[in-house]
Ligand binder design. Sequence first.
Ligand SMILES: [Zn+2]
Length: 496
Amino acid sequence: MNEYRLPDDYVNVAWKWFRDTFGIVTECRTIERENRKCTIKIEFGDRCYSVVFPSDFEINLKDFVNDVIWNIRFYIDGNRLVIDQDIFALIYLTISGNLERNLDRSLFLRLVGKPYLDIISNRMFDMIKKMIGNNDILITKPFLTDNSFAVCLTHDVDEIKKTYQYITRSLRSLRNRDLEGVLKELRSFIRKMKGKEPYWTFEKLIELEKSMGVRSTLYFLKETGKVKITDPSTWRHLGRRYEFDDVADVIKFLHSRGWEVGLHGSFYSYRDRSLLKREKLELERILGKRVIGIRQHNLNLDIPQTWRIQESLGFEYDTTLGSNHYVGFRWGTCYPFYPYDEERQRFLRVLQIPLHIEDIAVFREDDPWRICVQTLWEVKRMGGVLTLLWHHAVFDEDEYPGWAKLYRDLIEFCKRENALVTKAEDIARIWRNRLNSNVSVEYEGKFVSVRVEGCIPLRIYSPSKLIVNDSDVTIRRGNGYLDVYCKKSEFKIKSV
Ligand SMILES: [Zn+2]
């Protein structure tokens, strides 16, 4: 299935993603198409800039991906940015899920090592900055100003008691003739019999994060999937059976001390609205407040059906989009985004916070630390969000030696690299506030009046020196830009 036909409005959709992602404060005026060439016109005061690129509705996905990802070229010609590949088709295909659905699996998997979408879009953004910033004042709503990237800390509470794992793990060790493995399970079982439950690790997790001054999100699971005694792949549903009531004190404690409690949608809930609804209501009853965040168990997703269900139930963000099998960038991005529903022709209102590093996937690697650091460098370079998933049970050192340490080391490393390390709801809030705050700009000769809703910082690129004479406005100069923090809704900038 490598042939693909793009819908008529794909450039509009892709431009919206691009504009939102980079927080560009201007709309495109028109999108024109002529002889397989597309022109996006962007207006600044009385000047107009355009982005020109080839555009074809019928594409061969395989050739297209190879060309656009590896061979794309940009150049500036006066007020025009010329791109020799259709970057907007790539954006569209990615955020609508069509690339993953239709591209050859082996080729798709070759893309996940890097945030390809972010890398290419950043190149376009840099060129737009250069083109416009040489003549005009370009204003953006930056995602972060004080930090160079963000780290989103998450835990899935799959089970609170070790049960069937004693059997499955011992069998696996026996199969591999690993006597030490069998003995380990035996020792663990004896500890459990003496009253030490290996998979109850809340105190350790809380202490660890408290000592580093960070807070995370814990997603709680209410598994009701049917168990067939003849099918070992369903045994886990039984081991994972706990009630939110069993952990009510933990849930309340976490919430009262600044952690986020989210829902870990049960195994089959990704296709079952009424099941997911029951789970959400039950968790909200215990928590005493609305639950806005979710991750589906086993990272089960039926795209876009799962997100439609989540949206209809009022979830504000989802952080399922990742992999149990590899570390990396499933849709080539480390930026939160609203996915596009092609059939309904609109963006879905469940913010995606993509998942990059899951403990299980990372400990399958020969060198877990190395792949984590490689991944975080990519995220830092893009100024995006690195999402970590460490299951709650792995914080027991006897059961999972070294897993908690890697988590701690990574967080410390990221903090030294100037990351904002926090829970998922904070990431969603920052992203949403920035997107929802309207900024309008009026150009009047050497003056620019800016109106901004909500107190969000603005980043201003300009060819000339800027003066902001206003006691309610604080300015910080960066490399080639100004960051403006404003306490009120309107201010003026003068360029000299
Ligand atoms: Zn899970």
